[in-house]
Write a protein that binds this ligand. Structure first.
Ligand code: ATP
Length: 315
């Protein structure tokens, strides 16, 4: 049956400006005798956008992030950022992992300075120190600038990791469950900080999280991955709450529960059935794009087909 909404989505995307980041038909197979972890993953991110990805353990979220970071090579497909193909790691992307990965023998200030120096090798010590101090202040750690990582709490270490990633002023920030190991209170405080910093700097962010509330607070769009193997981006959920949402108040808005229910329903039920349907029909290998869903806004609740699933040449 013809689907006017889907055809329109393709037509509009064909004339839209190129997105900042374009992931086109990416698949990953770690071993030739094993099925791909995920396949035909296609999505786009605009400059200044905050995108979260959610999916069950093992569906390939970290692998996708590592492909964007240039730490892992895709088996098929390509990733274009700011008109250039990603072929390896670079200082134009800042990565924060779940474990802070700070250099234990250096102070907070020197950990940041190390990163800044790699970005600006021609800068003087004074320039590097002043630049780093700005980002240490941004995460509220000026008083701890001369401490070493072992003297910091888990939350403080993650804040240093975030300050370090921001200090190289990357074009894109890649966050792999950066708050996963933190207690709820600390996590909330750092989420608020991240929200404030990203809004002020119009930072483009791709973040992995297992926490649906965190995704609703932070993300403009949420990518939902079906289970692996043969995982794919099944839906792109548009955050239909306004961008000025706040952790303390967003649960008073009925729209919050419409989005939340949609995400939880995907994780509990649909992520598995989509994977089973894919395996049975082998549709994962076709160029079927994710649905774009606006919970509480779409009348039919089914969304439209995402135009970014089209091959780049067709756009
Ligand atoms: N280097 C590797 N070699 C072989 N298999 C790998 C490698 N790295 C990851 N895998 C496999 O790829 C699949 C996806 O792993 P990945 O870490 O990307 O998933 P994830 O969705 O991020 O999981 P989690 O939410 O638990 O962190 C898993 O089955 C994992 O065992």
């Amino acid at each position: 049956m013809r689907n006017k909404g889907r055809e329109d989505a393709y037509a509009v995307s064909a004339f839209a400006n190129r997105p900042f980041l374009k992931v086109d038909g990416v698949s990953k197979r770690y071993r030739a005798d094993m099925p791909p972890v995920f396949e035909n993953v296609s999505f786009a991110i605009d400059r200044g956008e905050f995108v979260c990805v959610i999916g069950h353990s093992g569906c390939g979220k970290s692998t996708i992030l590592n492909v964007l970071a240039g730490l892992e090579e895709a088996s098929e497909g390509c990733v274009i950022m700011d008109e250039k193909e990603i072929t390896g790691p670079g200082l134009d992307r800042g990565v924060v992992f779940q474990s802070h990965a700070l250099l234990p023998w250096l102070t907070v200030a020197d950990n940041i300075a190390f990163a800044v120096r790699s970005r600006h090798p021609d800068w003087t010590r004074v320039q590097i120190g002043a630049h780093g101090a700005r980002f240490i202040a941004m995460v509220g750690l000026s008083a701890a600038a001369n401490k070493k990582p072992f003297e910091l709490s888990g939350g403080m270490k993650q804040r240093v990791g975030i300050a370090r990633a921001f200090s190289v002023e990357p074009k894109m920030l890649l966050l792999d469950e950066p708050f996963g190991a933190l207690d709820a209170l600390t996590r909330g405080v750092i989420q608020d900080e991240l929200l404030r910093i990203c809004a002020a700097s119009r930072q483009t962010v791709f973040m992995i999280t297992h926490d649906v509330d965190e995704a609703i607070l932070l993300a403009d769009r949420i990518l939902l991955m079906s289970n692996g193997p043969h995982a794919r981006i099944a839906e792109i959920v548009v955050n239909t709450m306004p961008r000025n949402r706040a952790r303390a108040t967003m649960h008073h808005d009925p729209q919050f529960y419409r989005i939340r229910n949609h995400l939880v329903d995907f994780l509990v039920r649909r992520s598995k059935t989509i994977q089973q349907e894919n395996a049975a029909a082998n549709v994962g290998s076709e160029r079927t794009g994710p649905l774009i869903v606006r919970p509480g806004v779409d009348e039919d609740g089914f969304g439209t087909l995402d135009g970014s699933a089209l091959p780049i040449a067709a756009q």
